[in-house]
Design a binder for this molecule. Structure first.
Ligand SMILES: *Cc1c(COP(=O)(O)O)cnc(C)c1O
Length: 394
């Protein structure tokens, strides 16, 4: 199992967390080699989540752009509306196998909290979710969803009262209660073994997409493109193609109001190496190492760090990381609604915007595979408000 990715990753945690991390590492190592565990995971993905998710050719959009074909991997069609449930099912199965009865999670936009509350209900486990007090305000529909599913939501008022503070509180809860509690982390961040474990559970995205692309088009895509918050949907997609050097891997970070404005969430393009939540990674920080508050129109990309494997793929050049700002993401959101009848999540709209930029520069037989990580029902109010504020400032 990977614990380090070049100069990134590791387990930078307090001594009290070392024992639960070692216990988790051993349990996961045994589970991933157990065919019965894998079979049950695959069965739930099929019968509960509705996998496999299809690949959709965005024909009208591609023809309008006049270049490469844009293919969408439809994680938006999963139960709960995004890729996150792939991971929470895997971790809840592992929790049950380890005899842990209680699930805890951190959440920013609330999507991971909802995905965790969902599997907690499915498996009959109590669930508590830590969420920054500001996010509780901004994302009230998801707070309602979690409560409806039976989870308890804690509003965290420490620090900037957003995702990184919620993750600190969840880690604190875990230290105090690790005998009976499993901490479900929502992305490929945190101390080992989380980055590897979450990547493995999400790799179903890339494995399916690779096979579907070969079946339907007789060849691999030229590029695989995904948005990067913490990096789990992108790592899941990349996992299917990482050993195919001809497939370009493209991660898209949230540029917010532009890199130069300082108001963004582009940890690889705009950050420096540091330690956050138990791992060495690229971080948005001040000169003296304080974490900077991030900004993006898309709440799910609003995280000051990024999974360590992405930092490594960036270092080695195997993947490239670009930046899409708010305006471009909103334009891509509109384009997919109008050309294809699909309302995408604002996070996914960043990946789509990158494909929209690239497609016209490529030949008509080129294939751009975009991970549509989630659906946009949750974002409609944000999009409306964003457009309203734009039209007022004109
Ligand atoms: C949470 C979320 C993301 C960002 O998380 P990653 O770990 O970077 O994948 C992207 N898209 C959607 C729809 C999300 O809910």
């Amino acid at each position: 199992m990977n614990t380090h990715y070049g100069r990134f990753g590791g387990q930078y945690v307090a001594e009290t967390l070392m024992a639960p991390l070692k216990e988790l590492e051993a349990a996961y190592e045994s589970a991933r080699n157990d065919s019965a565990f894998r079979r049950e995971f695959e069965e739930i993905l099929r019968d509960y989540v509705g996998r496999e998710s299809p690949i959709t050719y965005a024909r009208r959009l591609s023809e309008h752009l006049g270049g490469a074909k844009i293919l969408l991997k439809r994680e938006d069609l999963n139960h709960t509306g995004a890729h996150k449930v792939n991971n929470t099912i895997g971790q809840a199965l592992l929790a049950r196998r380890m005899g842990k009865r209680r699930l805890i999670a951190e959440t920013g936009a609330g999507m991971h909290g909802v995905a965790t509350a969902t599997v907690a209900a499915l498996f009959g486990m109590p669930c508590e979710v830590y969420m920054g007090a500001i996010d509780v305000e901004r994302q009230s529909p998801n707070v309602e969803r979690m409560r409806m599913l039976g989870a308890k939501v804690h509003a965290v008022t420490e620090g900037s009262a957003t995702l990184k503070d919620a993750m600190n509180e969840a880690l604190r809860d875990w230290v105090a209660n690790c005998d009976d509690t499993f901490y479900v982390i929502g992305t490929v961040a945190g101390p080992a073994p989380y980055p590897q474990m979450v990547r493995d559970f999400q790799s179903v995205i890339g494995v399916e997409a690779r096979r579907q692309c070969l079946e339907k088009y007789g060849r691999l895509p030229d590029e695989a493109i995904a948005c990067v918050g913490g990096g789990s949907n992108a790592m899941g997609l990349f996992a299917g193609f990482i050993d195919d050097p001809a497939v370009k891997l493209v991660g898209v970070e949230a540029g917010g109001k532009g890199l130069a404005s300082g108001e963004h969430a582009a940890s690889i393009n705009g950050g420096r190496i540091g330690v956050l939540h138990g791992a060495k990674t690229m971080l948005l920080q001040t000169g003296d190492g304080n974490i900077i508050d991030t900004y993006s129109v898309s709440a799910g990309l609003d995280y000051p760090g990024v999974g360590p494997e992405h930092c490594y793929l960036h270092d080695t050049g195997r993947a490239e990381y670009s930046v899409i700002n708010d305006d471009e993401a909103i334009a891509a959101f509109d384009a997919l609604c109008r050309f294809e009848g699909i309302i995408p999540a604002l996070e996914s709209s960043h990946a789509l915007a990158e494909a929209i930029k690239r497609a016209p520069t490529l030949p008509k037989d080129a294939l751009l595979l975009v991970n549509l990580s989630g659906r946009g029902d949750k974002d409609m109010e944000n999009v409306r408000r964003y457009k309203e504020s734009k039209s007022q400032s004109l």
